[in-house]
Design a protein around this ligand. Structure first.
Ligand code: 5RP
Length: 230
């Protein structure tokens, strides 16, 4: 019997597949968008070996920027990037339509910004992240600190339980509230509804802008999700 591959190995395998997927985007002047998290860290480590084949990276977090820089990859500000050929990032949940929950690392605001700026968004997950319906992970919500209490009340009114990430400060200087207990039937609607609350900076539902490609690391190898709707 073939031994089971552990989750760390699945993450590494799918990250290596993502490097193959970005190959056609490399070249002189190419800017690569880079996400945040343990799966993305594998991507960074592998991408860095190709650092002479692209111009620079735009990072979605201070942690990823530091990892890229430690490898000698040039990291530039998003405002200095003419175009981003491709953005690669992990996720906490992905549902059959390709909508995501992200923000387990609290970086979803910058992740959504860089993903939206990129020509192509490739999402990399291990098979434990694939769900029928988003919600069990919770929805991370980045909140301006003075609005923690008021936003928590509004989020509770949506029917969920709110937990503040104690002691956590985002790269933008804000707090994170995690909204638990929802089975998200309409990710587009919830993403917009939460972002409409005064004091919310961004939430971790990625439905309005979905990835162009989802790669899944599984016991059977890396597979592509079926074509996603526009
Ligand atoms: C960080 C994220 C990550 O992509 C997400 O939490 C997945 O992380 P990992 O690859 O470590 O499982 O959204 O804000």
């Amino acid at each position: 019997m073939t031994p089971r591959v552990d989750q760390a190995e699945l993450k590494r395998n799918v990250a290596l597949a993502a490097v193959d997927a970005v190959m056609p985007s490399l070249g002189a002047g190419a800017i690569i968008g880079v996400g945040t998290g343990s799966t993305t860290n594998h991507f960074i480590d592998a991408l860095a070996r190709l650092k002479d084949r692209f111009e620079a990276a735009v990072s979605s977090s201070i942690a990823s920027a530091e990892r890229l820089a430690a490898h000698g990859v040039r990291v530039i500000d998003l405002n200095d990037a003419e175009t981003i050929a491709v953005y690669v990032d992990g996720a906490d949940e992905v549902e059959p339509g390709g909508a995501l929950i992200k923000g387990g690392g609290g970086a979803h605001t910058r992740e959504k910004i860089v993903a939206a700026a990129a020509d192509r968004f490739i999402c990399v997950v291990d098979e434990s992240k694939v769900v029928d319906t988003l919600g069990a992970f919770g929805v991370p919500v980045e909140v301006v600190p003075m609005a923690r209490r008021s936003v928590a009340g509004r989020l509770r009114a949506l029917g969920g339980e709110v937990r503040e990430r104690a002691g956590f400060v985002t790269d933008n200087g804000n707090a994170i509230l995690d909204l638990h207990g929802l089975a998200i039937a309409d990710p587009d609607a919830l993403e917009a509804q939460i972002n409409n609350l005064a004091g919310v900076v961004e939430n971790g539902v990625f439905a309005v802008d979905r990835p162009d490609l989802v790669l899944v690391g599984s016991q059977q190898g890396v597979r592509e999700f079926a074509p996603l709707p526009e």
